[in-house]
Ligand binder design. Structure first.
Ligand code: CP
Ligand code: NVA
Length: 303
């Protein structure tokens, strides 16, 4: 059997996602530590900064009984031009699973092509699949119904939004994406989601109507890592999309607010909303660790 990777949400079936989510929720309830993967090693190769993804994967591996190695790209021979395909084959001989955080999605795909161990996407310019699995875990934990409650993404049609589209398609729940014109997620991705899975994706450019009756509201930075040169242009384009108390008042009164963090207060979200009673961002951040435990366990079990 060929090795399983998790490079995008569509690498898992609906049933597999449900298994991972229920294991993560169960382990969180029991505050689990396991010795199941003693002696196994996780490597993390990151081209971009990270607080949550890095630390939650490292602590997840420790909680499973294993160990982890953090490798920034600059410390590896990769920085001096050693081909990715050589690095992938060498690492496969030393460790058991690897998480990559890169600019290009193709970097992770190329690595996976030559890797004989599972490869996990810890964020690329195109996708952030692990984030969306732990966001869904948070939505379930907070008692919201993915299939009946209105789920809205407000802000940039970025990497996290694109993984939300894949999740909506494979799990079969409707998703509203509210963004300024010109900042929509990839049209090709939406087309594929509709054609392959019959996905119900609504693109809306008016925050007030998009948020009407929303039960789950998700947002993220306007300027993702690598887009710093577009800062001023983006700040102008996203005017009116700040999730503040006024905008939040259009949503259902019991709506929850998610943000994958780091947050830029005063841009995509106001201080009051981020620190207010409807925000669930600290549980959301914690859930990354439990979800990553369940994901690592699932991928290691496939070996
Ligand atoms: N949410 C998230 O991926 O955070 P980091 O960039 O800190 O890993
Ligand atoms: N969209 C953000 C997510 C950070 C976790 C970025 O790519 O920078």
């Amino acid at each position: 059997m060929s090795v399983r990777h998790f490079i995008r949400i569509w690498d898992l079936s609906k049933g597999e996602i449900e298994v991972i989510l229920s294991r993560a929720l169960e382990w969180k309830r029991a505050r689990k530590y396991l010795n199941k993967w003693e002696g196994k090693i996780l490597a993390l190769i990151f081209e971009k900064a990270s607080t949550r993804t890095r630390i939650s994967f490292e602590t997840a591996m420790l909680r499973l009984g294993g160990n982890s190695l953090f490798l920034s790209k600059e410390d590896l021979q990769l920085a001096r031009g050693e081909p990715l395909k050589d690095t992938a084959r060498v690492l496969s001989r030393y460790v058991n699973v690897v998480v990559l955080r890169t600019y290009a999605q193709e970097t992770i795909e190329e690595f996976a092509k030559f890797s004989t161990i599972p490869v996990i996407n810890g964020l690329s310019n195109q996708f952030h699949p692990c984030q969306v699995l732990s966001d869904i875990m948070t939505i379930i934990e907070k008692g919201k119904d993915l299939y009946r409650d209105k789920i809205v993404w407000i802000g940039d049609g970025n990497n996290v939004a694109q993984s939300w589209i894949e999740a909506s398609a494979i799990l079969g729940f409707p998703l509203t994406i509210c963004c300024p014109k010109g900042f929509e997620p990839s049209k090709d991705l939406i087309k594929e989601a509709k054609e392959r899975f019959g996905a119900q994706i609504e693109i809306n450019h008016d925050p007030q109507t998009a948020l009407k009756e929303a039960q789950v509201i998700n947002t993220d930075v306007w300027i993702s890592m690598g887009q710093e040169l577009e800062t001023e242009k983006r700040r102008r384009a996203f005017k009116g999309y700040t999730l503040d108390t006024k905008l939040l008042s259009y949503a259902h009164p019991s709506a929850i607010v998610l943000h994958c963090l780091p947050a830029h207060r005063g841009e995509e979200i106001s201080e009051e909303v981020l620190e207010g009673p409807q925000a669930v961002v600290w549980d959301q951040a914690e859930n990354k660790m439990w979800l990553h435990m369940a994901l690592l366990d699932f991928l290691l079990e496939q070996r």
